[in-house]
Design a protein around this ligand. Structure first.
Ligand code: NAD
Length: 253
């Protein structure tokens, strides 16, 4: 953990609200903490129940899926079911409401795969790490894969060649979708203010977007705990997404 700079520590909510009011273009980079108050565990939270003996980093890789497809499929199925049962929180709602009041002024860039920004009504969300709610072919689909629905199973598979369906998320060690990353980099370059909400700042290239934005724009960390991005921030607001975002983005800003 890094110490936040003394200057950043003295910035208040009122100051940052002024920055929101003055910013022509805002980018909001969110991480797992954005959805914590909806009941979606972050990766830093302990895994529970049957999954307690696995680390997410050992499940969220192509090698893990190829070695144990049923185990990894079941873990994602559990997470997909969990996300289906929860709702966007006041933070997601405040972001979406701001975007509806100020079209094209705020771009959401998220590391989350839970679809909660989209369900709250945020338009044009740049989902850097894909979606938990969708799946795709593990290997490049052959004509047989596309000619009939996959066979049900854990995971589903092509009846002819055995190609597997996999979650449409970006696993550790995989490239981010090129077009989404390019759009996120453009939003980070164009913004006057970047709000970095609920991310530990250890996963790259996502964390790099906040570091590069800090060179040309104001960068504000919103997190109840210390993060790796605090040292680069112009302000650090210690609090949760659902508590602080409505205050930062409320009507009169
Ligand atoms: P992380 O688990 O590394 O860090 C979460 C951060 O959120 C921590 O810094 C924590 O202090 C902060 N936090 C906790 N509660 C908060 C709250 N109520 N409000 C604001 N901040 C809060 O998450 P990460 O940085 O996003 O990186 C982990 C990776 O895991 C990402 O690649 C992401 O795709 C994936 N992931 C996604 C989800 C999801 O889609 N909801 C959940 C878990 C992990």
């Amino acid at each position: 953990m890094k110490e936040q700079s003394p200057a950043a520590a003295h910035m208040t909510l009122a100051t940052v609200r002024g920055w929101v009011r003055d910013a022509g273009r805002i980018a909001l980079l969110s991480g797992a903490g954005m959805s914590a108050e909806s009941g979606v565990p972050t990766f830093r939270d302990a895994q529970t129940g049957l999954w307690a003996r696995f680390r997410p980093e050992e499940l969220a890789t192509e090698d893990a899926f190829r070695a144990n497809p049923a185990t990894v499929w079941d873990w994602y199925a559990m997470r997909r079911d969990m996300v289906a049962k929860v709702a966007p929180n006041a933070g997601h709602a405040a972001v979406a409401a701001f975007q509806q009041r100020h079209p094209n002024r705020l771009t959401v860039i998220t590391q989350n795969v839970d679809g909660l920004h989209q369900r709250a009504g945020s338009p044009g969300v740049l989902a850097l790490h894909g979606s938990l709610l969708e799946d795709k072919w593990l290997d490049a689909p052959r004509p047989c894969c596309l000619s009939q629905p996959p066979l049900e199973g854990r995971p589903p598979r092509c009846a002819v060649c055995g190609n597997l369906r996999r979650p449409a998320v970006v696993w550790f060690g995989e490239m981010l979708p090129v077009d989404v990353l390019a759009a996120a980099e453009a939003a980070a370059r164009a913004c006057d203010l970047m709000l970095v909400v609920g991310t530990s700042g250890v996963v790259y290239p996502a964390a790099g977007l906040a570091r590069s934005a800090a060179a040309t724009a104001r960068m504000v960390v919103v997190n109840p705990d210390a993060s790796d991005l605090d040292d680069a921030a112009h302000a650090v607001l210690r609090g949760t997404a659902a508590a602080l975002l409505p205050q930062l983005l409320q009507e009169d800003t």
